[in-house]
Ligand binder design. Structure first.
Ligand SMILES: C[S@@+](CC[C@H](N)C(=O)[O-])C[C@H]1O[C@@H](n2cnc3c(N)ncnc32)[C@H](O)[C@@H]1O
Length: 321
């Protein structure tokens, strides 16, 4: 596994989600292109001061929720930027962006968020979500295949999640901001099927994957279209018959105006991903999908944001595909 941190950092465009981790230092002005990408020097991500994780686990959880809200606000502002031409409007928007960035920086940026999430992984949720996935894969007989499974762990906070299964699972952990040397610093959406792209990591992505894990990653993304892009990308990177593992916080499917289990199942089917198992704990919804033969047929906007549940008190989580 290449040591991502040892590689020289390049000045490259990163996503709005990634830029949601500014350091306390002065940030460069945002330049938003058509895909709402924000240019920021990624070296700043590692210069974020490390804030305390929280006074208690409840406090940490409250701050993680606040961080999610800030990511969503940031994405909305970034998406509005290309529509503005008036200098006054642009200045007002940049002031709002600055305020969001400042609050994130005060919380400790992406570095704090990842550490707090890792704490949640070990304590609050009773372990990482691979604990549900691994028995599912065994049940499907995938531990008895001649070749080890190629598994892509997207948004990996630890490179040890699948270490105990290394005899039959070869995991490639990636993250926008790698927390450990064993995690490859890579934007999932930038991976080209077949491994084209960055020569330093192309070999890791040259062959399709048997399993793509999106555990608590899709909800991390603030923009519903980009959430859909992540699901589409999972289907693109899978081998025929491969499996996608998706984990969302329960409120995303239980308490949203725009998404529920049925709608999610239909969205995934549209992408060629057929649900084969699901499991809900008190906090998390786990889903396993198999890439079906009809994969690749999906194109164009099919599942727009559509009101499904209008009762008060619901959230606005949605996925557009
Ligand atoms: C909640 S955290 C990690 C969740 C972890 N997989 C788990 O199950 O606890 C979400 C992670 O997703 C990463 N992430 C978000 N978008 C990504 C992308 N496009 N490519 C790679 N990583 C991404 C973030 O950097 C963050 O570390």
């Amino acid at each position: 596994m290449p040591k991502a941190r040892a590689r020289p950092r390049r000045h490259r465009p990163v996503t709005a989600e990634q830029s949601a981790a500014p350091g306390a230092l002065a940030l460069p002005p945002i330049h938003v292109d058509g895909q709402a990408k924000v240019v920021i020097d990624s070296a700043q991500l590692s210069s974020v001061p490390r804030a305390k994780l929280g006074r208690s686990s409840a406090d940490t959880q409250r701050r993680i929720s606040r961080f999610h809200t800030l990511i969503k606000e940031y994405s909305k502002l970034a998406a509005r930027r290309p529509q503005l031409s008036d200098d006054g409007d642009i200045a007002a928007l940049e002031a709002q962006v600055g305020a969001v960035e400042q609050e994130m920086a005060q919380m400790g940026g992406l570095d704090w968020y990842q550490k707090a999430s890792l704490l949640g992984q070990s304590k609050q949720r009773g372990g990482d979500t691979s604990r549900w996935l691994v028995p599912q894969l065994r049940e499907l007989g995938l531990d008895r295949r001649a070749q080890p499974l190629r598994l892509l762990d997207v948004g990996a906070l630890s490179c040890l999640n699948y270490a105990k299964e290394r005899s039959w699972i070869h995991a490639t952990p990636i993250d926008l901001h790698a927390q450990e040397p064993g995690i490859v610093q890579q934007d999932f959406l930038d991976i080209a099927p077949g491994g084209a792209g960055d020569p330093a990591t192309a070999h890791l992505f040259a062959a399709p994957f048997d399993v793509v894990c999106l555990s608590l990653v899709v909800n991390f993304v603030g923009d519903p279209v980009r959430r859909g892009d992540m699901l589409r990308q999972a289907a693109r990177l899978l081998a025929p018959g491969g499996h996608a593992f998706l984990v969302l916080p329960r409120p995303c499917v239980d308490n949203s105006r725009y998404l529920d289990d049925d709608r999610l199942r239909a969205i995934m089917l549209h992408l060629g991903l057929e649900q084969v198992a699901a499991h809900h704990t008190a906090k998390l919804a786990h889903y396993l999908y198999r890439l079906s033969a009809s994969a690749g047929a999906a194109s164009g906007p099919r599942f727009k944001k559509k009101l499904l549940h209008s009762a008060p008190g619901r959230n606005n989580f949605s996925i557009v595909v």
